[in-house]
Design a binder for this molecule. Structure first.
Ligand code: PMP
Length: 605
């Protein structure tokens, strides 16, 4: 980096031209490198050493450097960060996590500065000193490409759902503007598709959000990656990736067991994540949060601890027809072992649970009702609150499988009233290998441990063992400490975006995609419930789901094809497999257009 030394004017201040160049350089450090036309220095920050030019406190120049403005060095702050801003960074900021070198081409790395007072993420992270050079709050601060596009298109075009007529956008039939009669059937079922997903001014800036996810820049078969396999797993924002690095660089230790500094840091990271999960779920206490590997392990924990103690011969366990195998097999195994009975709530042709049929299944022998909040195969949002309330009325315990819900809907376990709630970190932008069982404290008290070993004991002799209270009682052995911290970072990230914003954006995107796919001749959408989120299962007669999956992959589009570990519900619809694009908040209408265009091409073959 070349250094430009600015000559001071009378009071030691830089002149107007220098300030202008400085402001230009500062603008160039903003997201997208967005330069202000008012500042000619913009776009050429590599010609100015920012450390030297923005010092709020010019020092007297040493002999031989007459008139030069010198800035005091802030030890450890990355080069390229204006010190006026660097001073505002939290003192606990781990300097080693910041890029120190200019990026390729000589440009300094871009930094994003977040108003601490108005940005809950940075506050929450103070104690774990996560790097702040990130964009989590930025999506609502600056207009993104999409916002500008939407503003421009407002000036030039009509939108779906309006009464005006205009032509289809492309040869493949990507629809932005269609005749009202074409959308009528769809509208009557789900309501008109909204265009806010494309990004409403002042709304959800998907392009800014996408910058947080490095993997979205990958190319597959020479094409930009279009990740529509979010129900299988989600991608991780930089904030989560950095949190993991930070743990291994500065905190790594086993927890709870030593008097040294790193053990204290690791324990803080792990227990801090537990508190974050408790807040995220609206739990009454962090002691109600048990860390496990994922939803599957969570359900097995409940079946093999609470279930083994409380389910007996002749008892009944109710699940729904929508369940993932993870919420069927452990109950089947338990029922077989105990002589209990597994009963199944049927669904209607749209894939929604039939509440009246459920009511008929409930009786005094019902011990447990275990249902999913969102179906992974169809996307149905089930009426879990009613299901839980009805179960309680007959004295049954309840488990809600939140594996597919927590990344799309705000969950409050106390409002839900469920006794157990499970989810997997990797489906909510956190690492694999970490998940959660929420257990209502009263119910955890009546639940024995399921694995024995370290961590979960209070005292051991060869004659007997005394156990810790929950949640430690259920966490035998060394837990997944770093990934728990990563989960905390992911939930903070999602909270900062705002689940309501996410839900609204995804709702619009789902409508947009549903409309696009449903217009492809021959395509059958499976799962058409009124209350749905983020999943579009379909089949295309004449084409195997596997072939469609491969053809989409050729175009860079990742979807799941197969039975989605939910064979009973697919068979309910006479199918062994479907193609399943599934959405997250970082997906865009352009990606949906691409999906629809490729599927349309396949349908023509
Ligand atoms: N339940 C549902 C509804 C799911 O979608 C999944 C994952 N597909 C699971 C449970 C199991 O999650 P995991 O494999 O992360 O344990």
């Amino acid at each position: 980096m070349t250094t430009t030394t600015l000559t001071s004017e009378a009071a030691g201040l830089p002149d107007v031209a220098a300030l202008s160049r400085l402001a230009g350089a500062l603008f160039a450090t903003l997201p997208d490198g967005s330069a202000s036309p008012a500042f000619p220095g913009a776009g050429a920050p590599d010609s100015i050493d920012l450390r030297e030019t923005v010092s709020p406190q010019p020092q007297a120049a040493p002999a031989g450097e007459t008139g030069a403005v010198r800035a005091p060095r802030a030890g450890g702050i990355a080069s390229g960060v204006p010190e006026a801003y660097a001073a505002a960074l939290p003192s606990a900021l781990p300097t080693s996590s910041h890029p120190k070198e200019p990026q390729a081409g000589g440009r300094p790395a871009s930094y994003y500065f977040v108003d601490e007072a108005s940005h809950p993420v940075s506050k929450r992270h103070e104690d774990v000193a996560v790097p702040e050079d990130r964009v989590s709050a930025q999506s609502f601060g600056l207009p993104g490409q999409d916002t500008l596009k939407a503003l421009l298109s407002n000036l030039t075009s009509s939108r779906p759902g309006t009464t005006e007529l205009s032509g289809s956008r492309d040869e493949a039939g990507g629809y932005y503007f269609v005749h009202p009669s074409q959308v009528q059937a769809h509208e009557s079922r789900r309501g008109a598709p909204q265009t806010q997903a494309r990004s409403a001014p002042g709304g959800f800036d998907v392009q800014a959000v996408r910058k947080d996810f490095p993997i979205l820049q990958e190319r597959i078969n020479g094409k930009p990656l279009v990740w529509l396999d979010n129900a299988a797993t989600t991608h991780k924002p930089r904030q989560v990736i950095e949190r993991l690095s930070h743990f291994y660089e500065h905190e790594n230790s086993n927890i709870h067991r030593a008097a040294h500094e790193l053990a204290a840091r690791a324990t803080d990271a792990y227990e801090g994540a537990r508190s974050t999960v408790a807040r995220f779920l609206g739990a009454a206490s962090a002691d109600e949060i048990i860390f496990v590997r994922g939803a599957t392990e969570g359900i097995n924990l409940v079946a093999k601890s609470w279930g083994v103690k409380h389910i007996g011969a002749g008892d009944e366990i109710i699940v729904s027809h929508l369940e993932h195998h993870a919420n069927i097999v452990p109950w089947q195994q338990l029922a077989a072992e105990k002589g209990a009975r597994l009963r199944v709530i049927p669904v209607d042709d749209s894939g929604q649970i039939l509440l009246d049929e459920y009511r008929k299944l409930l009786n005094p022998r019902t011990r447990l009702v275990a249902v999913t909040q969102v179906s992974n195969a169809l996307g149905t949002i089930t009426p879990v609150q009613e299901i839980v309330a009805l179960a309680k009325a007959v004295g049954a315990r309840t488990l809600v499988d939140g594996a597919q819900s927590v990344s799309h809907l705000r969950v409050n376990v106390q409002a839900l009233g469920a006794d157990f709630f499970v989810f997997s970190g990797h489906k909510v932008f956190a690492p694999t290998g970490i998940g959660v069982v929420y257990g209502r404290s009263e119910v955890l008290e009546e639940t024995p441990p399921w694995q024995g070993g370290g961590n979960m004991i209070a005292d051991v002799t060869f004659e007997r063992t005394l156990f810790q209270p929950p949640p430690a009682r259920f966490e035998a052995g060394t837990g997944n400490i770093a990934d728990a911290a990563g989960l905390g970072a992911a939930l903070d990230y999602l909270q900062a975006l705002g689940l309501e914003n996410v839900a609204k954006y995804e709702h619009d995107l789902l409508d947009y995609a549903t409309h696009g796919l449903s217009r492809i001749p021959g395509l059958r959408l499976v799962g058409t419930a009124l209350h749905k989120t983020s999943v579009l299962s379909f089949v295309l007669p004449g084409h195997t789901t596997e072939d469609i999956g491969h053809a989409l992959n050729e175009e860079g589009i990742a979807v799941r094809s197969g039975h989605h570990c939910a064979q009973p519900i697919l068979r309910r619809f006479g199918l062994e497999a479907t193609v399943r694009p599934s959405l997250a908040f970082y997906n865009t209408c352009d990606e949906i257009d691409h999906l629809v265009a490729v599927v349309r091409r396949i349908a023509r073959r």
